[in-house]
Design a protein around this ligand. Structure first.
Ligand SMILES: [Fe+2]
Ligand SMILES: [Fe+2]
Length: 437
């Protein structure tokens, strides 16, 4: 294991430098880069993208016929990813061996490329495929500044010092390991982001099995949250986020470690387990909103991957509604460009923050969190008299508020601080939101 980790770190990039804001395309000779270059136009961004006013989020792609071509020929699909998982349920032994063969091949390829790069002969194919040919950028300093602004606005998370230290170390590692590689960073984060919801479901299932406590509505919300994070992950894969063996190795193993850290944490304190995830989800909002701000024109000139259209627009939106603490059907964001996709993801992360905060109130105050599709449990009191969480105004009106606890006032203040920060994030994304955070 340690030998593999050493190999991975040796192969890791040490910062590739950042493309200028407004993302210029790295021109290559492959069909992929030529198609993307055409979308952006000779001076970096297409007429269509440039003509899209800040804040306009049309349901249709501004790229017209090019949108389908970019989706088909530039973005990645399962057949472009020979390192992806198997095709049917098999024994762990069969799946594991097949996976070692696939991953081993790509490990060798990456080693050859890294060696060639060290010898001054970088592989031009890398910059001709996503995410290289998209030339999207992210600034660690700007993400840190966004986090500082949020905390100064009163939306900091009062985490335990140990949790905060772990979080800070994790962020420093991300900044170093994924410097200049935002899509790979997002792929890694989305791989990790699915794990807690699965861990929470595992624990709730265990409690149900033992007959200790039954909360199918909460379990349903966590399942829908995991489904949402899965789609963020699939979007990043379509953009080439997991193309490197070293990133996949790190993501897969970090996810397993994270799962087994969260299980005992939830065992002793669900509130702490939820709070740590609130930290990560708030960081995701800071990161995605900064990314949107820095790449607005480039993102507006690219179409959404088909998986994003399916999740936000064309498919069955039951699970999309189910992970959010709002009335079903009350959030229907557009998905005509890659800009829409990233704004939607950012707003999704904001919904996760709200849910994680509501879950802590559930653990500490008894304010129920359940699927917005289910009738609220009338027997349980709820502090959300203003309807700002717990399923929206309809549910809050049906539930009976808890009139006395001073903790309710503190919970309300936390939600109001969140609302102020949400407004700030929307402003920073230059009107790219419909006000649904
Ligand atoms: Fe996510
Ligand atoms: Fe998330």
């Amino acid at each position: 294991m340690s030998a593999l980790l050493s190999a991975m770190l040796l192969l890791a990039p040490t910062g590739t430098g950042r493309a200028p804001v407004g993302a210029q395309v790295r021109l290559g000779r492959s069909p992929r880069s030529l198609i993307v270059a055409r979308a952006f136009g000779a001076d970096g961004c297409s007429e269509a993208g440039a003509a899209t006013p800040a804040g306009a989020r049309d349901a249709r792609s501004p790229l017209g016929a090019d949108a389908e071509r970019i989706e088909r020929e530039v973005y990645l699909h399962p057949e472009d990813m020979p390192y992806r998982e198997g095709t049917r349920p098999e024994s762990a032994l069969a799946l594991g061996l097949a996976n070692f063969r696939r991953q081993g091949r790509t490990l060798l390829e990456q080693s050859v490329r890294a060696t060639a790069a060290l010898l001054g002969r970088p592989d031009p194919a890398l910059s001709a495929k996503p995410p290289g040919c998209l030339a999207l950028t992210l600034s660690n300093e700007e993400v840190a500044a966004a986090e500082r602004r949020r905390e100064e606005a009163g939306s900091g998370i009062p985490a335990h010092p140990v949790a905060r230290a772990l979080y800070d170390v994790g962020c420093a590692f991300l900044d170093r390991f994924f410097d200049g590689r935002p899509i790979e960073r997002f792929w890694f984060l989305e791989t990790i982001a699915r794990v807690p919801y699965f861990a929470y479901v595992s624990m709730l299932h265990l409690y149900e099995t033992f007959g200790w406590w039954r909360a199918p509505g909460l379990r349903q919300v966590h399942s829908a949250e995991e489904w949402n994070e899965l789609h963020h992950l699939l979007i990043m894969e379509a953009l080439g986020g997991d193309a490197r063996w070293s990133d996949r190795f790190l993501g897969y193993h970090a996810a397993v470690v994270y799962y087994w850290l969260l299980i005992p944490t939830y065992l002793f304190s669900p509130a702490v387990a939820y709070q740590f995830m609130e930290l990560l989800e708030a960081h995701a909002v800071d990161t995605y909103s900064t990314f949107v701000r820095l790449n607005r024109k480039a993102l507006a000139a690219l179409p959404p991957p088909s998986v994003a259209r399916s999740y936000y627009l064309d498919g069955d939106l039951y699970l999309f509604d189910d992970f959010q603490q709002r009335l079903p059907g009350s959030r229907r964001p557009p998905c005509g460009t890659l800009l829409d996709v990233f704004v939607n993801i950012c707003e999704d992360e904001g919904e996760h923050v709200k849910t994680m905060r509501a879950c802590q109130d559930y653990a500490q105050l008894g304010t129920v969190v359940t699927s917005p599709h289910l009738p609220p449990p009338r027997s349980q009191s709820v502090a959300a008299a203003d309807g700002s969480f717990g399923g929206g105004a309809r549910l809050a009106a049906e539930w009976q508020p808890e009139p006395s606890a001073a903790d309710v006032a503190a919970a309300k203040e936390r939600r109001e601080a969140w609302a102020r920060w949400s407004a700030q994030v929307r402003t920073e994304m230059a009107g790219g939101s419909d006000g649904v955070v």
